[in-house]
Design a protein around this ligand. Sequence first.
Ligand code: SAH
Length: 262
Amino acid sequence: MSIKKPAPPPAGTPRPRPAFPARLPSSGGPAPAPARPAPAAPVAGSAGTVPARAMLAAMVHKLQRQGLSHPAVIAAIGAVERHRFVDSALANQAYEDTSLPIGLGQTISKPNVVARMLELLCEGHTERLGRVLEIGTGGGYQAAVLSHLAREVYTMERLRGLHERARANLRHFRLPNVHLLFGDGMLGYPQGAPYAAIIAAAGGEAIPQAWVDQLAVGGRLVAPAQFGAGGQRLVVLDKTRTGVVQKVLEPVLFVPLKSGIS
Ligand code: SAH
């Protein structure tokens, strides 16, 4: 990995507590909630993981200052090292609030967009969600975060190259509750339905009916969709016993939802 490492301490010296990198804020907001520990990195020596952990903590801290407040979402984002999902040449940007290319013309969403969508997905829940369907696995970052919020995560990708990249990226995390699926997510994944929640990382002209059909009563769907000249907006759809309640929220910019596989 290409994140700058501090010089390793001489053998036998206790490892000092990591300082936040100077260019990242270290004060001025609420303290970050304690994150569940992520699995230890399987690399020789642990010194290389220290700055990444400090940058991850600073990223979570910043998301909290921007309004992220759901404790489980804070912990879940704090448990997943984002640099493991981007090309090593971009690893030093992995904790900035920016979307980054993940290959094949696709991008990993900005952390504050991931945080916003997951917070909407978990709104009103203090316990783990049940089965969740994610459309657009990409490199697998959001699926890894979701694995801490849901009992089972079904995540579908239409590009074989990215589906395989996600498998390679996620191997390190050993997440038995993440199920990687290759296929056209516009059709959903009826085998896992009904879902407590559905989340899409790609936006189409409308919310596919298959997703609404596969959502459980009491479930919530969060996805971008196109609103004519109004552009793409975030949509929250709640399925109730009496029907579907849809809220159209802020403008967003996601890659297009495409049909078929490639
Ligand atoms: N959640 C991802 C971000 C993925 S970007 C991450 O954390 O890295 C959106 C992804 O949606 C792209 O990889 C794109 O190929 C995929 N996508 C677009 N249309 C799709 C469809 N119909 N079915 C499944 N995946 C789709």
